[in-house]
Design a protein around this ligand. Sequence first.
Ligand code: C2E
Ligand code: MG
Ligand code: MG
Ligand code: MG
Length: 283
Amino acid sequence: QAKRAGGGDYAIFDATMHDDAVSQLTLQTDLRQAVERGEFHLAYQPIVDPASGAIQSFEALLRWTHPVRGPISPADFVPVAEEIGLIRQIDRWVMHEACAQLAQWQRRFDDPALRLSINVSAAGFVDRDFVTALSDVLDEFGLRPQTLELEITEGIFLHPSAEIAGAIGAVRDMGVRIALDDFGTGYSSLSYINRYPIDTIKIDKSFIDGVGSNRETRAIVELIVKLGATLDLNIIAEGVETQAQTDILMQIGCRAIQGYHFAKPLTPEDATRVLAAGGAAAP
Ligand code: C2E
Ligand code: MG
Ligand code: MG
Ligand code: MG
């Protein structure tokens, strides 16, 4: 069958496309039910001071265990959820769940300054009700707004700038912090920090990967860290996997790192254990 000339090849190509389309469609249907069925949960990855290993905060990362397919990466399903307009609902769930966890940790460890960041998609962030939902959830759990940080990517700047400025302004007025995620991967990263009141920059893993092996990459990372010091921005290095990278980042003056070298995204129970052990996530 595969060896039929011309048309046969086409048919095989077609069948693959058909399979893809079917699996995409199933994914969409399954995603719609996942929230109600409670198939989502959160993992928490520590963000640490590289010198002491002390935890500065956590990033909440969405996890989906599909009843048949098993775990599916957010890199695969978040874009689908965005396409079908479901990401807002999912992000709301994340916000609620993450804030509940943060409040629980703050109480349990008597540390009302313990911080957490969550990822917010562009569509959710510029949504009219977003700020209301955010303020409701902070009230519900009695959280200091300063202990919550929202991670946005440069994808958000594809929206009209008035909408973005409005959303960022409203969030900042509440006291909630804003981080620019995947920094350096977009078109004009620098212009955004010039234009919007950003608190934190997360240097994308693609730069951290090369920090030990590539002079140019190291120079760029050093420049971003210096810029952060000058502009009073918090700089976090993402995707740190080795001690060598950690050493260089410390030399450069980077004081917050996140990556498998210190800790993978943890279950709530494991994250709680790490906090109970004094908050040091030693490698
Ligand atoms: P992100 O926000 O940039 O998150 C960092 C990603 O890098 C996470 O992948 C994390 O597990 C991974 N990571 C951390 N340290 C290392 C490391 O040392 N090595 C490697 N190879 N990877 C590392 P994850 O959890 O698969 O999430 C992928 C992306 O999905 C996130 O990138 C974020 O853009 C999106 N995402 C995750 N959770 C949510 C959510 O609740 N809402 C929305 N809208 N997007 C989310
Ligand atoms: Mg993030
Ligand atoms: Mg990132
Ligand atoms: Mg990302």
